[in-house]
Design a protein around this ligand. Sequence first.
Ligand SMILES: Cc1cc2nc3c(=O)[nH]c(=O)nc-3n(C[C@H](O)[C@H](O)[C@H](O)COP(=O)(O)O)c2cc1C
Length: 337
Amino acid sequence: MTAAPHFYARRLRRPGAVLAPMAGYSDAPMRQLATEQGALWTVSEMISARGLMSGGDSEKLNLGRPYPGEAERVVQLFGAEGEVLAAAVARAEAWFAPAALDLNMGCPVPKIRGRGGACLLQTPEVAYELVRAMKSATALDVSAKIRLGWDHDRSLEVAQGLEAAGAALITVHGRTSAQRYTGEADWEAIARVAAAVKVPVVGSGDVTTPDVARQRARTGVAAVMIGRGAVGNPWIFRALATGQDERPGPQERACTALRHAELQEQFYADPTGRLTLRPLRKVLPAYLPDFPELREALVNVVTVQDVRAALRPLLEERPDRQGAPGGDAAGYAVGHS
Ligand SMILES: Cc1cc2nc3c(=O)[nH]c(=O)nc-3n(C[C@H](O)[C@H](O)[C@H](O)COP(=O)(O)O)c2cc1C
């Protein structure tokens, strides 16, 4: 795995979409499935720079640790102090072999807010210093992911400041922090940012199907990022990388749901499976939204064996039952954990 600068420019030569950072979701197993289906790159869940420097408990290591062979994963850090972020960049580079480092400037959760995240949109000059500090600690690309603003759109000013500070790429989630996840992402505002800076801009918000992604890609962004729409649906990345839009039938989706559970078990290496599969309970039904009768069993799994048992009717193939193609994970309950 060679860490090299200009990661984003190289990846952007290909068609495709980016897997969004999602706390509680974009862990190594989800990233692996997305990468296998052609995601341009993936982004880790946000990792506290302070947490990383204060010893790195096993949870923090899991947040940053790559799966074997993982090479196209950006590590996202949040923090508010330059020297801590610079040290965390060096540590993340040594421990996690990232392809690039990203600064979180979008998280609206109160416990994060006081220390960074979307709070930085109120004091963007602090964020510019943070990007400079991060860059001083690495030769890798440093990027930032912003929302439009704190409670009003100041994304042009912030993006231009980040560009001047040396950010290699800027991702814009088209909502203010005050909006959290309500309303619709404002892709016109994202397009204005893309037109106002020279560095590539990635657009984020409400992309749930390949067609919507293609429409959004025409707004002038360098690439489209997909979060909730990729939960239980890694094939959305295949569609955008290859043009093969059709979502697989129920058997293949059930096989992939089972594989997700197996990857989860391998990555977290918890022999009881008890802690390991709990976070997947919210994910597994999204693979099979057209089989509501399986939901109850899937949200109660404890072991991989339980997942296999719940999916057995589909794994054994039922030619009498065709799943609706293009099932949609967009209705997924959102709680920025
Ligand atoms: C459960 C959840 C967790 C998220 N965690 C992060 C995070 O750790 N870092 C970040 O920059 N954005 C985070 N986001 C925001 C997403 O990256 C993305 O910008 C947002 O969900 C809009 O895209 P979507 O409509 O495709 O989901 C999170 C969103 C969700 C729903």
